[in-house]
Design a protein around this ligand. Structure first.
Ligand code: SF4
Length: 208
């Protein structure tokens, strides 16, 4: 159980994917590799291991550690771009897959921007998401709405980690791509309780 400790940025992504997955990883310290997480880790290693460099008026810093006490977040950013003419800072997050319909990637990116804002004491107005599968870069403006949503997710994650509880499993299509599928066993655990109750009533211990 966590109290007022800094929340890892990765927990926001895990929560956005599935609150139960977030709790299994951050409350119960469970972790399992599947080919998707392994591929993602290779990509992040490749991106955030390089030395800083400057090209055409922009400085690129990789694997930037952030720790922002007011907002209560910590983590490592894939890439930070600094426009040397304006000093504007922009986080860039690399993703293994393609753009998602939900806002989870944008929320994670905005949280990175909020960390940079707090640490550098200057506004961070946008960031970028780069998708490996589609080789596409999406610029993301940190609007008031996105900031509000991000603060809301941070608050929900904090409550979950402070509670130390793990939500019940609910099987959905995304579970098939979840690295914790075998540990979570969502099909078994999310079965309707009344169905199990009725089954138990007629269970005389013999196979049917
Ligand atoms: S298997 Fe499904 S319910 Fe279980 S942690 Fe993964 S996404 Fe969540």
């Amino acid at each position: 159980m966590q109290d007022e400790k800094l929340i890892p940025l990765s927990a926001l992504q895990h929560y956005a994917f599935c609150p139960r997955q977030c709790a299994l990883i951050h409350n119960e310290q469970l972790w399992a590799e599947n080919w998707l997480t392994a591929q993602g880790q290779v990509l992040h290693k490749r991106v955030d291991n390089g030395p800083p460099e400057t090209r055409k008026g922009t400085r690129y810093e990789r694997g930037v550690l952030v720790s922002a006490e007011t907002i209560g977040l910590t983590g490592k950013l894939d890439l930070v771009e600094i426009d040397l003419s304006t000093n504007a800072v922009k986080p860039v997050e690399y993703k293994r897959g393609k753009p998602k319909k939900d806002s989870s990637d944008r929320v994670q990116l905005c949280a990175q921007g909020l960390c940079l804002e707090e640490m550098r004491g200057q506004p961070v107005r946008s960031g970028a998401l780069w998708y490996w599968q589609t080789r596409r870069r999406d610029e993301v403006a940190f609007t008031d709405e996105l900031r509000e949503e991000t603060h809301h997710v941070i608050q929900k994650v904090r409550q979950l980690l402070i509670s130390g509880e793990t939500p019940l499993a609910v099987y959905e299509k995304k579970c098939d791509a979840c690295s914790l599928y075998d540990l979570c066993n969502p099909k078994l655990l999310s079965r309707d309780r009344s169905t199990r109750y009725v089954e138990d009533l007629f269970d005389d211990g013999e196979a049917q």
